[in-house]
Design a binder for this molecule. Structure first.
Ligand code: PMV
Length: 334
């Protein structure tokens, strides 16, 4: 029997990934940048290999996973199995530190932890760059959760995706003051998953190519603002990129609407707050779901939270700092 356990945290992009140039190899149409969250949004995954096992099996938070969930995970296991030239089947146990069905995307932390634990169990001695390439096949954003701090996922130029990987821009220590205030608005799973949604947008949105041009400018500003850690410079770019992604989602056919009325209300409140303060106190960003993520500095968290608390429909508020990339543990789940 072989056993390995990995821990990985969620990440929230400030320059978003939405669309692939190659859907099979998961090569994104643009680079993306995120911050890895602290251990409040974490997945722990144990992978066990044994000659007795005849199929790959998966448990999430102590429950047997659905066939669809198992299939997606098994495809990553198979990828690693081929690389390791092994025939062993796996049992996988995965747990999230955040409440299941909180409407928080767990795919980034899940596939990052899965990739790490699987590679270790099959004794593939991969470095983080190579691990990020495996993680991206499970979920694109998972490639970024391999690293801590500020992370960029690079699309590369090769057709085979071999130069498409994530790398750290700056370590978490640089962002001791940075917070992400998460407002949970809805606990349901999204209707159209991101992989499917991206395909719809790249093939039908008339502004998708424009977005790619604008993203290049925002990436440059974001990298500079991260290296100098300049929140005033970073905040407008974060909001612009979220708006730009939701615009191309909305004009897709069928139209992809992930934000709800409460999301829009929060967006407006943050714009007004920044206007009346004459500086950027908060920067909103929304993924493929209604929940709001407000990046802010520690000195402004109580202001942001009190605004969110006033908004009807905000079910829960979680405050995250910036955290670590993948780690391994000897305390296994089973
Ligand atoms: O990693 P995926 O395939 O679940 O896609 C993530 C897409 C967004 O969360 C909307 C943006 C991002 O860059 O994380």
């Amino acid at each position: 029997m072989k056993i390995a356990t990995a821990l990985a945290n969620s990440n929230i992009a400030i320059i978003k990934y939405w669309g692939n140039s190659n859907d099979e190899l998961i090569i994104p149409s643009n680079n993306s940048i995120s911050f890895t969250m602290d251990d409040k949004l974490q997945t722990k995954t144990t992978v066990i290999l044994d000659e007795e096992f005849t199929i790959d099996e998966l448990w999430i938070n102590d429950q047997k996973a659905t066939a669809k969930e198992t299939e997606r995970v098994a495809s990553i296991i198979e990828l690693v199995r081929i690389k390791a030239k092994s025939k062993l089947k796996a049992k996988i146990f995965s747990e999230n530190s955040f409440p299941k069905g909180a409407g928080l995307a767990s795919s980034a932390s899940s596939f990052a932890a899965l990739s790490g634990a699987t590679c270790k169990a099959y004794s593939l001695g991969l470095n983080k760059k190579e691990l990020s390439k495996i993680a991206r096949m499970g979920s694109g954003s998972a490639s970024r959760s391999i690293f801590g701090g500020a992370v960029e996922w690079i699309k590369g130029i090769r057709k085979d995706g071999e130069d498409c990987y994530a790398q750290e821009i700056a370590p978490k220590e640089k962002f001791k003051e940075l917070r992400n205030i998460v407002a949970i608005l809805e606990r349901k799973e999204k209707k159209i998953g991101s992989r499917e949604g991206m395909k719809i947008t790249t093939s039908t949105s008339k502004n998708f190519e424009n977005r790619l041009i604008e993203v290049e400018k925002r990436l440059k500003i974001a990298r500079e603002a991260i290296l100098d850690f300049d929140f005033e410079k970073l905040a407008p770019v974060i909001m612009e990129d979220s708006d730009s992604m939701h615009k191309v989602m909305k004009e897709s056919n069928p139209s992809l609407i992930y934000m709800n009325d409460i999301s829009h209300k929060i967006r407006k409140e943050i714009i007004e707050l920044n206007k009346s303060s004459e500086k950027y106190l908060g920067a909103y960003t929304f993924d493929a779901g209604p929940n709001a993520h407000i990046y802010t500095l520690s000195k402004n968290t109580s202001k942001i939270k009190s605004i969110l608390n006033e908004i009807e429909g905000v079910q829960e508020i979680i405050e995250c700092g910036i955290g670590d990339g993948i780690r391994f543990s000897d305390s296994h789940l089973m």
